[in-house]
Design a protein around this ligand. Structure first.
Ligand code: ARG
Length: 583
């Protein structure tokens, strides 16, 4: 709001100076030792009006009404703005007593459904599910903090071939005898599942006829035949328990545990609606919707006579020739379901990696063309970059296998435990998990959502620098000071560059939420949080809070520290990073 306040002063002054109704804006200064904000707008505005930019800047500054709180001065045609210490103190004091620390909510609230799980039943969560879980959870928290109503849906992959594969394998291993009338044993375990799927998956590519048989089993499950469907329900239940436990270690919590199977009952209606719009076409026994727009999927023949497609946008497959539902169908039906269960959903957002770009593009188009998604509803695919190993390729185990999410979490916790030990802190398991996961999350979220990054556990886990542990450590440090002083907080009284630095960092932090909201990426919030922690460190290294003799000043420091803590915790809560008791 400070920014708006200053801009209003400038624009009023410009009007008074005879430049008419203008819209000058300011930004944080890149040279805080010179000024806090700067306005670069006079260059363009002067050009437009055909006047001298330096004169214009000077005229505006001369006409500014209230200069009590600010010091305005012109350098070239830049208008620089410096906040007075009194203004900084006032801001600090207002933020100290405000529950949100000066962070404004949006005026209007949106209703958002966020789909960022994507775990597959009967398959272990793997590294590919890590980024969507981390990013999605934080976006959910950010949207909520800014005033949106958000519902998160895990959207389980629970209706595909892996079901048939797993069941068939379990059957052949004699694990389903009880279900198929041979004896009474119906005691499937999660270990049975974890063993069965990889085995079946390997057989599918090697063994003739296995995949076809698994497809038959899948269809039986989808048609809810007994006992196939009963076994499926057991598998789903077992799986969900394990998936939930893993997500919860990451701090990811879902409101809805729906999945492809939940959407199944909405498939016929979705297909009916698509058909009613005349969009459904038959193609080799299957049903498709042509979704290409002009200039897309244009057939061309190369010099070998091969047909190639320019700007490929193949038709969206809605139903296979054997009647089975497809991945796209369940996603389309899910959008239909969401619009039936909830009214006025403004946005439906998905977080996955780039491999699903085409899929969502097709699904979104079908939903818009058929009216399954109302015109004013935004369907958004947030594409996350991949987490790579040091070799620059997607992160894998040493033997080249996909790495399980569980193993990554364990690796992070072990590393954190070592660090704690080295610091002489007896590592409790829970603390190590908070630090390990916190390090991972910060290491992830500090990158723009769409960029790839390298999983560098040593870098992520460092207690100094732009890392999760550094921010956690800052809070631990503030807590320990606040625990030692036994006097109540006083009034924030900014008198030094170090204190100005802290309030300035808080102003920037507050403004970063809006940027992150618009960009759907949390990197700006991570950087601004680090900058605040770092401004606090500078202050803390130069002032001895505990030994301050002047009691009024000391009480002011306590208020300042409490404010920093509040702002760091608010940011960490959005990043879903918890703070350990000790480090
Ligand atoms: N289950 C999918 C996978 O593991 C991801 C699901 C993403 N969400 C969706 N609504 N399609 O690749």
């Amino acid at each position: 709001m400070i920014k708006k306040e200053i801009e209003n002063l400038l624009n009023k002054a410009a009007f008074k100076a005879g430049y008419g109704e203008v819209d000058l804006t300011i930004s944080f200064s890149s040279l805080p030792e010179v000024c806090d904000f700067q306005c670069n707008g006079c260059f363009a505005l002067a050009k437009k009006l055909g006047v001298n930019p330096v004169e214009m800047a000077e005229n505006i500054v001369k006409n500014i009404e209230n200069t009590q709180d600010y010091d305005f001065f012109v350098v070239k045609a830049f208008i620089n703005v410096k906040l007075t210490d009194e203004k900084f103190s006032k801001i600090g004091q207002v933020y100290a007593t405000d529950e949100r620390g000066g962070l404004a909510k949006h005026k209007t609230s949106q209703f958002v459904i966020l789909d960022y799980g994507g775990a597959n039943v009967a398959k272990a969560l793997h590294v590919g599910h890590l980024r969507p879980a981390i990013i999605g959870e934080s976006l959910k928290r950010l949207y909520k903090l800014m005033g949106d109503r958000v519902i998160s849906d895990v959207h389980l992959g629970d209706w595909g071939l892996q079901m048939g594969l797993t069941e068939l394998q379990l059957f052949e291993d004699g694990k389903l005898d009880g279900y198929f009338g041979k004896g009474k044993n119906k005691s499937l375990t999660i270990d049975d599942l974890n063993e069965a799927y990889p085995k079946a998956s390997a057989r599918k590519d090697k063994e003739e006829g296995f995949k076809e048989k698994a497809e038959e089993w899948t269809l039986k499950i989808q048609h809810k035949e007994s006992p196939y469907y009963e076994v499926y329900q057991t598998i789903r239940e077992l799986s969900v328990k394990e998936i939930e436990a893993n997500y919860s270690k990451l701090g990811a919590k879902f409101d809805l545990w729906y999945g492809e199977s939940t959407a199944d009952e909405y498939c016929p209606e979705a297909i009916k609606q698509i058909k009613a719009k005349g969009l459904l076409k038959e193609s080799e026994g299957a049903l498709v919707v042509e979704v290409a727009k002009e200039g897309e999927n244009v057939p061309t023949t190369d010099k070998n006579g091969q047909v190639k497609y320019l700007n490929p946008m193949p038709p969206c497959l809605i139903q296979k020739s054997n009647g089975a539902a497809l991945y796209a169908t369940t996603d389309i039906a899910t959008i239909l379901m969401r619009n039936k269960l909830y009214k006025n959903v403004d946005r439906i957002e998905y977080v996955t990696d780039a491999r699903q770009k085409l899929h969502f593009n097709q699904v979104f188009r079908v939903c818009k063309m058929s009216g399954i998604s109302p015109e004013n509803q935004q369907l958004i695919h947030i594409v996350n970059g991949t987490m790579n190993g040091r070799d620059g390729k997607p992160f894998k185990t040493r033997s080249g296998d996909t790495i399980k999410l569980e193993d990554i979490i364990a690796m992070l916790a072990t590393k954190a435990e070592e660090k704690l030990k080295a610091n002489g802190v007896d590592g409790e398991e829970d603390m190590a998990l908070k630090i390990g996961v916190g390090a991972m999350k910060f290491g992830d979220l500090i990158n723009n959502v769409s960029k790839d990054y390298v999983f560098d556990i040593d870098k992520f886990m460092a207690f100094e620098g732009k890392t999760g542990p550094y921010i956690q450590y800052t809070v631990v440090r503030i807590n320990s000071i606040l625990n030692k002083v036994n006097m109540p907080a006083g009034k924030i009284n900014v008198a030094t560059e170090e204190e100005r630095g802290i309030i300035r960092a808080i102003l920037k932090l507050n403004s970063s939420y809006e940027i992150c909201y618009d960009e759907k990426s949390l990197n700006g919030l991570c950087s601004a949080t680090y900058d605040l922690a770092s401004a606090f460190s500078t202050f803390y290294n130069n002032f001895n809070v505990l030994n301050e003799k002047n009691q009024e000043r000391k009480a002011g420091y306590i208020a300042l520290l409490s404010l920093v803590k509040k702002k760091l915790l608010q940011a960490l809560d959005v990043l879903a990073i918890e703070v350990p008791d000790k480090m």
